[in-house]
Write a protein of this length. Structure first.
Length: 276
């Protein structure tokens, strides 16, 4: 849907409009929960909102101006690996040697995927994968913040609160992008692009975030981010249907990444890491 929306809108408009629509939806269904948040909780809710939603919304939009959606989705599957790394560094969450091996294997798979993608699609700028990695870092930090700082809040409270904070700056960015100008609003492609983003905002951002936040609370950070295992499968199918090029070697690279993620998610005796 991001790919289709970029036909009629700029990356800034795609990211900001997505946040505004999702924010309005969550505010309508969850505004009563906002009154229950304490000042301390608002601080961490804001951190979660910016790291887990605000910046990634723009990062993915910019990434897909140069990279196919199928490649983007596979690299998004590195989120559990980032969660493991940043959980150990910033939140003193232990890990095993097997999980460390999974991280290394997953990252090797990423390099293979990027290398093959640049060979098959020389016209695409694969430096834009940095946007995807920055988004997964944001996801990873967000998961650890929710698990360690907002465990007692309801998923709806976390979701509504985080979007309440980020919707205001997103709306200001949307206005500044020229979205409401006559030139943009009268363009036939704008309505189609807005429809794609509205669907993504409600189902892929708001409702999905509610379920995801609940999953974080009832499981471990690495396990909860394992939902990204299925994203490449779905997105790859849509990419192939939409005419994107994808080679056997890229399929192998994707398999290497998923194997590394699964290995990183495995459970054994935990080795405690020293607090940073």
């Amino acid at each position: 849907m991001i790919k289709k929306a970029l036909v009629g809108l700029t990356p800034v408009q795609v990211g900001s409009f997505r946040i505004v629509i999702a924010g309005l939806f969550l505010f309508i269904i969850g505004f009563k929960r906002l009154r229950k948040l304490t000042k301390q909780q608002w601080k961490w809710v804001a951190v979660a909102g910016f790291l887990g939603t605000f910046f990634p919304a723009f990062f993915f939009a910019y990434a897909q101006t140069e990279i196919d959606s199928a490649i983007t989705s596979i690299l998004n599957a590195t989120t559990p690996i980032m969660t493991l790394i940043f959980g150990a560094v910033f939140f003193s969450i232990g890990f095993t040697k097997r999980q460390l091996a999974g991280v290394i294997i997953g990252l090797l798979g990423c390099f293979l995927l990027i290398w093959q993608g640049s060979e098959i699609n020389p016209g695409q700028d694969y430096r834009y994968v940095l946007f995807i990695f920055m988004a997964t870092v944001g996801y990873a930090m967000n998961v650890n913040v929710i698990k360690t700082r907002l465990q007692e809040l309801s998923p709806l409270g976390i979701s509504a609160g985080s979007f309440f904070v980020i919707t205001i700056p997103a709306f200001l960015i949307l206005v500044g992008s020229g979205f409401f100008s006559a030139e943009v609003l009268q363009n036939p492609s704008t309505l189609t692009a807005a429809g794609y983003i509205a669907l993504l905002a409600v189902f892929g951002s708001a409702l999905a975030l509610l379920i995801f936040n609940k999953l974080i609370q009832i499981s471990t950070p690495v396990f909860s981010t394992s939902v990204t295992y299925t994203i490449p499968i779905v997105a790859l199918l849509w990419g192939v249907i939409d005419g994107e090029k994808f080679s056997l070697m890229q399929t192998l690279a994707g398999g290497v990444i998923l194997f590394g993620v699964i290995l990183a998610n495995s459970k054994k005796r935990v080795r405690k890491t020293a607090p940073v």
